[in-house]
Write a protein that binds this ligand. Sequence first.
Ligand code: ADP
Length: 244
Amino acid sequence: MLSIKDLHINFGTLEVLKGIDLNIAKGKVIVVIGPSGSGKTTLLRCLNILETPSKGVLEINNQSIDFSQKVLRKDISAIRRQTGMVFQTYNLFPHLTALENVLEGPVTVQKRNKRDVHPEAVELLRKVGLGDKVDYYPYQLSGGQQQRVGIARALAMNPEVMLFDEPTSSLDPELVGEVLQVMKQLAQEGMTMVIVTHEMNFAREVADEVLFMDGGHILERGHPEEVFSYSKNERARQFLNLLN
Ligand code: ADP
């Protein structure tokens, strides 16, 4: 479903990803952990080309880009269509209601008819537990509710892979659970997901695999239990001990 080969990215002279190789099968949930600055967010942003890698090959659902060559806009669009992104800070349009936020992508980007998308958007909001909030504006919603609109909005584009960048780290602790619950439900429905998070209990419960990143490398990859309890990597053990 998703494959990355020898992915590198530099910001000026700083090399942030130093050769990432990764394969993710359809329906798998991958949680990416690691210290701050290790490149987790950058990796996620490379997967939908919000950042442009300097080198490497990215393939999602048979659409591929080789970043060593000239990157074409149509290839970027083709990859972006495969992914839905959920951001730490929701990034909703403040002047649009929950429903209008969900309609926006399919109508303006995919050029679909608003009347056709409307019932799908209402259904998605219902699915994330906001069936009674469709006409609310972001300022009328809690952080957890806004983030659930963010998830519905990403799902509205019908992506093959959902990318979550620390989706609960801006939330008050009592609101984290409702967002994780929606993500868990998506995982159970078979959505392919890549999630950067510090929610280790969630990772333990939901992830098929945990990746530990440090210094722009994936240092360890395995079943959550393997990584959390029996990590062979000294840096991963130190990081996980600090969290306990
Ligand atoms: P993490 O998500 O693991 O905390 P990031 O991917 O956000 O790490 O950042 C990795 C490194 O890349 C950091 O040193 C950060 O300062 C740097 N970085 C990230 N994005 C940019 C950017 N757009 N321009 C310059 N440096 C960046």
